[in-house]
Design a protein around this ligand. Structure first.
Ligand code: IPE
Ligand code: IPE
Ligand code: MG
Length: 238
């Protein structure tokens, strides 16, 4: 079936990078200091994936609902994203990492979109690891957009309703070109999905840690992979 067997390295790891604000508040720092510190954890997660042979890493960086935060925090996050992308171009080229995105990225400020386009273009033929940034991403929005595109094809006569299969949905999601995540990591202890990859995580193994994202470093990532390797995935079978 193509699923990663148990006792192995997951092909695709998805991460809800949560707790930046709490990390900063615990140190008497502004929330944006936590977001900045989180960028270092991203670098270490990428390195861990490269060393262990994980092929896809999806990082939840900004949700559809995060647009409801105060404007000041949104602006700080967008500026950090832009700076992050400026440094990642070179690093990802050197490390043979390909960058992609999912989400309604057309809603991001132009300065972010142009940096994104640059890095995506410059790294498009890299093969060691694909890093997928979920930006302005919400799973319900994604499924809504996919449904609209399928309906448009039916309206144009390109598709019949009884031709809709599971794969039809898969092919219209933002994640169409990627395998489903095998492993979900959420930092900072919340026991929820927060509108992340609802369809794609159907059979993923979950790992939730109390550590905030800026404290979640390479050794933590490797320890999580070790826990994954001991899970038994059954996919409904005995
Ligand atoms: C995660 O950290 C980063 C984003 C959602 C952009 P938070 O900003 O949610 O940090 P907490 O959860 O408030 O601590
Ligand atoms: C989820 O974290 C989104 C990201 C990590 C980008 P949130 O902090 O937005 O989630 P909730 O609000 O606690 O569910
Ligand atoms: Mg949070």
């Amino acid at each position: 079936m193509g699923e990663a067997p148990s006792n192995s390295i997951p092909r695709h790891v998805a991460v809800i990078m949560d707790g930046n604000g709490r990390w900063a508040e615990a140190r008497g720092l502004p929330r944006k200091a936590g977001h900045r510190a989180g960028a270092e954890s991203v670098r270490e997660a990428v390195d861990a994936c490269l060393e262990k042979g994980v092929k896809f890493l999806t990082l939840y960086a900004f949700s559809s609902e995060n647009w409801n935060r105060p404007e000041k925090e949104i602006n700080a996050l967008m500026k950090l994203l832009e700076q992050f992308l400026r440094t990642k171009g070179k690093e990802f080229r050197k490390k043979n990492v390909r960058l992609r995105t999912i989400g309604r990225t057309h809603l991001l400020p132009e300065s972010c979109r142009s940096e994104l386009a640059k890095v995506i273009n410059d790294t498009s033929s890299n093969t060691a690891l694909t890093v997928i940034l979920a930006l302005s991403y919400g799973s319900r929005e994604e499924i809504t957009d996919a449904t609209r595109r399928i309906a448009e094809k039916i309206a144009r006569g390109e598709l019949e309703p009884d031709q809709i299969e599971k794969d039809t949905i898969v092919e219209h999601l933002d994640t169409a070109e990627f395998p489903d995540p095998d492993f979900l990591i959420r930092t900072s202890g919340e026991l929820r999905l927060s509108n992340f990859l609802l369809w794609q995580l159907s059979y993923a193994e979950f790992f939730i840690t109390e550590k905030n994202w800026p404290d979640f470093r390479k050794s933590d990532f490797n320890a999580a992979l070790e826990i994954y390797s001991r899970r038994q995935r059954r996919f409904g079978r005995v």
